[in-house]
Design a protein around this ligand. Structure first.
Ligand code: SF4
Length: 392
């Protein structure tokens, strides 16, 4: 297929939808599957990749295996995909790419870590969520804290020097103290990156039946005030340990920000390969089918594989520029807005900027527009102000 050249490079996301067991809060496109399905899926992924071959000399800038649990499948499958990628895309200097693999404790061993290292994976994102056994059980995770520690040390031993750890806040019955303990134990390990997300009770999950609106245990969810205190604690504790917040929920040691995720917030084009994966390039967003049978049969045929295609018009592009860009603590540049849209940011958002600055949730410093610390804490409310009613 044809694709415009992207001088800044492309992000490549590969979705691996397989998990050992479904967690109680999870609404991601993930499930358990038989070996035959996994085999067929990896073949289908390669056929999808083939449909991009010859799309000009596209240079990937980042590769990200997400899921699901990519570490739950045999490493040979991941290696096979990476080899195929080298044939399909223009990759000159492999080592310069950020290649991330999402890993769950208890799905890896020292042999797997060595294989990952050898095949060129250089960044690990580990799902821990909590260091408390009762919280891990409540979430339905397959591992305990010791499993996580074992995996973490094994990864270090195998030579991984760029590890991110995911934790969760606002869990049912979670106190500020318990959450603090999780953070304190994680920073002792000195991972290069930490993500902390508040639990969202998603539709159709076992958690919805227990903690959803009107459900019997809804009262066990932390209230808004406690949720905010957890946010503020994360910021302070991680800052004291040398992590800077570079996005609403993401913290890193200097220079260890996730390049792949930063591309999303900077609207850099990316290709999403796999079941339900979304892509953004040539000014359009695309969504692959979530129907496994259909994907396995038609992954190479974009007319069947792609079930949604949205042209990002000028209005949507401006909204995205603000929504996504303001998630970053460094904010957005007015000069970039003018460069992309040919008009001053004030011409489109003048009233909103003034009003949000007066409420001290937004800061304007010459060319820079960014959210204040308080603005980051209440970002959902703030960002909603950047929706435009009509194209100007
Ligand atoms: S491991 Fe991740 S993707 Fe799999 S079920 Fe749990 S939360 Fe969902």
């Amino acid at each position: 297929m044809k694709m415009q050249n992207n001088p800044e490079g492309l992000g490549i996301y590969v979705h691996i939808p397989f998990c050992v067991r479904k967690c109680n809060y999870c609404d991601f496109l993930s499930f358990t599957a038989a070996k035959e399905t996994k085999e067929a899926y990896f073949d289908a992924l390669k056929r999808e990749m083939d449909s991009y071959c010859g799309a000009g000399h596209q240079k990937p800038r980042t590769i990200y295996f997400g899921g699901g649990t990519p570490s739950s499948v045999e490493p040979e499958y991941i290696e096979d995909i990476l080899c195929h990628m080298k044939k399909c895309f223009s990759i000159d200097i492999w080592k310069q790419l950020e290649v991330t693999l999402e890993v769950n404790p208890k799905t890896v061993d020292s042999k797997k870590w060595k294989q990952y290292k050898q095949m060129g994976i250089n960044r690990i994102s580990m799902g821990l969520q909590s260091t408390h056994e009762e919280e891990l059980k409540l979430l339905g995770r397959i591992h305990d804290y010791d499993d996580f520690l074992e995996s973490f040390y094994e990864a270090r031993e195998a030579g991984f020097d760029n590890i991110s750890v995911d934790v969760m806040a606002a869990l049912p019955g979670q106190s500020l103290e318990k959450y603090k303990e999780t953070l304190e134990r994680v920073v002792l390990l000195q991972p290069e990156h930490i993500s902390s997300y508040s639990l969202i009770v998603e539709e159709g999950t076992p958690f919805e039946k227990l903690y959803g609106e009107g459900a019997p245990k809804e009262h066990m969810l932390p209230d808004e005030e406690l949720d905010r205190k957890m946010y503020q604690l994360t910021q302070k504790l991680l800052k004291d340990h040398g992590y800077h917040r570079y996005e609403i929920s993401n913290y890193a040691k200097p220079g260890r920000e996730s390049k792949h995720n930063s591309s999303y917030w900077e609207r850099i084009p990316y290709i999403g390969l796999g079941l339900g994966a979304s892509s953004f390039f040539d000014g359009k967003r695309y969504q692959n089918t979530s129907d496994m049978k259909q994907y396995l049969k038609h992954s190479q045929d974009r007319n069947i594989r792609v079930v949604e295609e949205e042209v990002i018009g000028r209005k949507e592009a401006m909204e995205e520029f603000m929504f996504l860009g303001l998630r970053k603590t460094k904010g957005v540049l007015k000069s970039d807005f003018k460069h992309f849209f040919g008009t001053e940011m004030e011409n489109i958002y003048g009233t909103v900027l003034k009003s949000l600055s007066a409420q001290q949730v937004l800061i304007e410093e010459e060319d820079v527009v960014r959210l204040s610390e308080y603005g980051l804490d209440v970002s959902n409310m703030v960002l909603s102000h950047f929706l435009l009613e009509e194209e100007r």
